[in-house]
Ligand binder design. Sequence first.
Ligand SMILES: [Zn+2]
Length: 202
Amino acid sequence: MLPGASPDPLSTADSSIERDRRFMALAQRAAEEARRAGEVPVGAVIVLGDEIIATGFNHPIRGHDPSAHAEMAALRAAAQKLENYRLPGCELYVTLEPCLMCAGAIMHARIARVVYGAADPKTGACGSVVDMFANGQLNHHTTVTGGVLADECAHALKNFFAERRRLARDERDARRARETGRSAAADSSDHTDHTTNPTTTS
Ligand SMILES: [Zn+2]
């Protein structure tokens, strides 16, 4: 840009959208870690300036910890790193709309901005179920941007749950086949000419 020229508002908007997508892609990478660990794939990163100071992924099952959401893990790591229980000026990127618990922690930490990917119609606290951040009595510090790489973030979740349903179905079918096989074996000990195909039962 030439000295004295004002910034092109369109290209400024483009570059901030690009910046949000870049950090959300890194939150998606953290979500992938959750998926590999068998947890619901949600990931978060916390950014100060242009530097990522913390990442976190969802791990309540392995951690035996109902509070181990991606945002909580990232907030804890960032607070440790900055040696401060408040994180003013920081931005939190998370692949799924924060729940009430995380929204509360985000406000306590005085996070400046939350950017989320997919909306959560079941527990979302940024407008989907309730909007904690819109309440002026509660929130004085945090602005919210939703829907960044929303489709990609939602796909990761949908694929995870589809895969989990498929595994549960396979397991159930295998169990039924074993049970049918056992009862067929018991029958054939009485009636040697009787045949049963376990795969035809459901
Ligand atoms: Zn949460």
